[in-house]
Design a protein around this ligand. Structure first.
Ligand SMILES: Nc1ncnc2c1ncn2[C@@H]1O[C@H](COP(=O)(O)OP(=O)(O)OP(=O)(O)O)[C@@H](O)[C@H]1O
Ligand SMILES: [Mg+2]
Length: 179
């Protein structure tokens, strides 16, 4: 987190553009009708360009709405005007909420992470929100974590509740298959 804080807004935007281009090149994405993504917050690499590009190419894009219990509800992205400021500085979709199980309709799921290891173990920010959401989807679903360079580690500590991801996309380095 300290490394992320040391980056400039321009660095985060540049990383977001690299990640956008790498994600759009994934063969699984070409096939995906419904894509779950997230709106970047704070020091995360910028994802607004990726979300816009997914929507423009005709994907049905689901974005999370953080619940009081830290579980994630989902609603669709219908263009830049379909986002509004929510709690904790988060930008949230304004379309009708489709329930916590809506994630199961996604063909590809893009999640945030602070770090990921070669086995797909994922370090989040301690809310357990994505562990809950990913626990609802089958293992056949393509799950993708977006990282800055240096955040794919040899080992990330994990517990039994931690859900793994199958792919890391790393700004400036492209796609890494995990496990
Ligand atoms: N499936 C689940 N059901 C209920 N609670 C859960 C579940 N998964 C995780 N949690 C809760 O979330 C807490 C935080 O989990 P963890 O530290 O792994 O968060 P994280 O992976 O960093 O966060 P996030 O998933 O939001 O990125 C756990 O200690 C647990 O209490
Ligand atoms: Mg976890």
């Amino acid at each position: 987190m300290a490394r992320r804080r040391a980056m400039s807004a321009a660095d985060r935007a540049a990383a977001g553009r690299q990640l956008r281009d790498s994600v759009l090149e994934m063969p699984e994405l070409q096939m995906a009708g419904t894509v779950a993504a997230y709106v970047s917050v704070g020091t995360e690499p910028d994802t607004l360009g990726l979300i816009f590009a997914l929507w423009k190419r005709g994907s049905y894009v689901l974005l999370p709405v953080l619940q009081a219990d830290r579980d994630l509800d989902w609603a669709s992205y219908e263009g830049p005007d379909s986002l509004a400021a929510g709690p904790r500085g988060l930008m949230e979709p304004t379309e009708p909420r489709r329930g916590v199980t809506a994630i199961t309709s996604a063909d590809l799921i893009i999640v945030p992470a602070l770090a990921v290891d070669r086995a797909g173990r994922r370090l989040g920010r301690g809310g357990g929100s994505y562990d809950r959401a990913l626990a609802r989807v089958g293992t056949a679903i393509q799950t993708v974590a977006l990282l800055y360079e240096g955040e794919l580690l040899s080992e990330v500590p994990a517990g039994p509740h931690d859900q793994t991801v199958r792919t890391a996309v790393i700004a400036g380095q492209g796609i890494s298959r995990l496990r």
